[in-house]
Design a binder for this molecule. Structure first.
Ligand SMILES: Cc1ncc(COP(=O)(O)O)c(C=O)c1O
Length: 452
């Protein structure tokens, strides 16, 4: 049968007709090429990509070293079931990762394909090793959309809507941020941390006995929940609480790893020991790969056969992962993140200080190149703090700014919580690309301010 020839518009319609509605895809255009931060559509349109595929292509699309490593691996062997034999790329990637993990105690790695699978693996390891079923998660958390991880996800009900009942034994505490605690944006960090510690204490005194809790899961910078860095004091408090009660501390670095926040992992410089750490996204620059790291002693609490999956630790993905770590080892990415982070924060704070747009911005926050702007929304009264009485606020701003930016050639994302835009460019973003994106964002916001 001949393959039907379709126009680009027909392919777009084909996608609308035959793909899963549940994806909630933003755009129907078909992207045929990615190079650095530039995406090219089938119609030949170019976009500056400030999403990096939601924090994945940290080295830019089609990074030459990663492409070459994957191509070489394809010529050797594509699939080697990790439950049958070992393969060199798998072992080499572990060898590259061990020295850069945030704590020396983490000396064993299990590879999966996606972030949510890594979270599932962490849930399983926590339960299997402690013999305790309960898990504590945080308001605004995003840990994935499969059955177990969706039970820990608390950023938006759509991720678990109509698909319950979900995994029992999950308890939710407020994240140490003003939203989560219902406090004004100007609340000092120490007050937020004390309030969150108090609330967590209540969870343990009123909802679940610490002896029943196997793990506390936390993102060091909440991603989907609004790009909110967790104050280090709170993380250290969790560590001591876990030590006191024999609970495992699970740090979900799926989105924050591989220099996204300026250091190899978001907790790298905190002197904090996680019992289990999850990673994914940036590890292989777009090849499906994820994993958990823990001590070998903890990992060995799994009985042989407990873990595994047909594609887990695929050799091509692992070879790409090795190439990524080798690029990161040069230090150039780290230096660029520091410079570009300063640039983006300066640009956004200038918009916040500007008489034209400042009243629309409640918060500029983030770490490294995981940066968000929260708008003053009609519905969220907390964000109105400091606003001159009677100031008119437009309808929800984020999606309107997002649409305008796309029309001007820049792709940006919102986050689930509140009225927020997030910027996640590839970590190799140039000064010129950053200026362009910030100019476009500023123009878009100005237009919204004028339109009201
Ligand atoms: C912190 C965190 N954990 C888990 C996940 C789930 O990863 P995946 O989409 O690869 O399943 C994500 C995805 O955005 C994430 O940001």
């Amino acid at each position: 049968m001949p393959i039907p020839v379709r126009t680009n518009a027909e392919w777009e319609q084909f996608g609308r007709d035959h793909t899963c509605r549940g994806l909630g895809r933003l755009y129907d255009e078909v992207v045929v090429k990615g190079n650095g931060l530039t995406l090219t559509t089938a119609d030949g349109k170019e976009y500056l990509d400030f999403t990096a595929g939601i924090g994945v292509t940290n080295l830019g699309h089609s990074h030459p070293a990663v492409t070459a490593a994957a191509q070489e691996q394809v010529g050797n062997i594509v699939h080697m079931q990790c439950s049958i034999f070992q393969n060199p790329a798998y072992l080499q990637l572990i060898d590259r990762l061990l020295p850069v993990l945030p704590d020396k105690s983490l000396d064993a790695i299990y590879f999966w394909n996606s972030g949510t699978e890594a979270v599932e693996a962490a849930i399983k390891l926590a339960r299997a090793s402690t013999g305790r079923h309960a898990i504590v998660t945080f308001q605004g958390a995003y840990h994935g959309r499969t059955a177990g991880s969706a039970s820990l996800t608390r950023s938006k009900p759509v991720y678990s809507k109509k698909t319950g009942p979900h995994m029992p034994g999950v308890f939710v505490a407020p994240y140490p941020y003003w939203h989560s605690l219902g406090l004004p944006p100007s609340t000092p960090e120490d007050v937020l941390v004390d309030a969150a510690i108090h609330q967590l204490d209540l969870v343990f005194r009123q909802q679940v006995a610490p002896l029943d809790v196997g793990a506390i899961f936390i993102e060091p910078v909440q991603g989907e929940g609004g790009y909110i860095p967790c104050p280090p004091r709170f993380l250290h408090h969790l560590r001591s609480l876990c030590d006191q009660h024999g609970i495992l501390l699970v740090l979900d670095e799926v989105q924050t790893g591989f220099y996204r926040t300026g250091s190899y992992f978001a907790i790298s410089d905190l002197g904090l020991r996680p019992d289990i750490m999850t990673f994914a996204k940036g590890v292989a620059n777009g090849f499906p790969l994820s994993g958990i790291a823990s001590s070998k002693a903890l990992m060995d609490k799994f009985e042989p056969g407990t873990m595994g999956g047909t594609y887990a630790g695929n050799p091509v993905a692992c070879a790409a992962g090795v190439a990524v770590q080798d690029v990161l080892a040069t230090g150039e990415v780290k230096a660029n993140v520091a410079a570009r982070s300063e640039q983006i924060f300066n640009a956004l704070r200038a918009l916040q200080a500007s008489p034209k747009t400042g009243h629309l911005i409640a918060d500029v926050r983030g770490k490294g190149l995981m940066v968000a702007v929260e708008f003053r929304s009609n519905t969220d009264k907390l964000t109105h703090e400091g606003l001159a009485p009677g100031t008119a606020l437009p309808q929800k701003i984020g999606p309107r700014v997002q649409t305008k930016c796309k029309e001007k050639g820049v792709i940006i994302l919102t986050t689930s919580c509140f009225d927020t835009i997030r910027f996640i460019p590839a970590l190799i973003v140039s000064e010129e690309e950053m200026s362009r994106a910030m100019n476009v964002f500023g123009e878009a916001l100005n237009e919204v301010a004028l339109e009201g």
